[in-house]
Design a protein around this ligand. Sequence first.
Ligand code: SF4
Length: 288
Amino acid sequence: MANSPKRKPENAKRRRAVSAKALDAEIAALRRDSAAPGLISGIHNYCDRWCERCPQTARCAVYRTGERREAASDRSNDDTGNEAFWNELVLSFAAVIRMIRRDAKRHGIDLDSPELQAVTERADQRRRRAAARSGTALFKAASSYRKAGHNLLRAIPGALADTEKALATESRLGIGQPDATAAAIHDALDVVQWYLFFIEVKLHRAVQGAVDERQLHLEDLPRDSDGSAKIALLAIDRSIAAWARLREHFAAEHSDAILDLLVQLERLRRAAEAKFPAARKFKRPGFD
Ligand code: SF4
């Protein structure tokens, strides 16, 4: 029997080695991105990562890097564009790892040392356990809102189709303000969708940050944990406003469910404010 030709792994192209020259070029580009004039240092640490709606893109190094990568990958939705996109990400990841390794070496740290890895792992486990204890109630409330919100968002398209039909009728008859209403509904849906997972993630980060700050005696103001709590609180405020707007339009079908979500969010807001009493006063660079 003839030997069958050896098959190449399907993702071989993606796993091909990135050359040292390409990595150094990417590291230099990352450094240029963060040194461009007019940028606000650390602005991306306390934003909501909604770049499409951000008024500070011109002052953000992360946005700048994203734009550069997008231009380099010439992103289109065909196979070539998609491959370029993944290759860009592989390159960026490898460049960041190389930078970390270089910096660690400069500081005399061997990242491959088994002792260091064991110490880091034990410290991580302790941090996670301490954060879980400290944030139990908040995490439960955030996760409960996320699940309920997710379920409701899956149920809304049916009601949305009916609303769109009614708006189309208004448009034909020349009554009401169907375009403005449709835009308001879609904006509100965008808001609740954008922040659905974000709130929980940021509250986790805030609680973990507070645990670290206590352990490292970094409790002077301003605290990073308050910055994370503040953007979580803003996301909660905006979600409350957006759900309330949606309730006006989907009262017949989902009024009770939306009211339930609003109650959950209000409780979550109060719990987060109680745990992070200084959060509202935190000044986010570039935004407050
Ligand atoms: S600061 Fe604005 S542009 Fe930068 S990452 Fe955040 S949302 Fe995006």
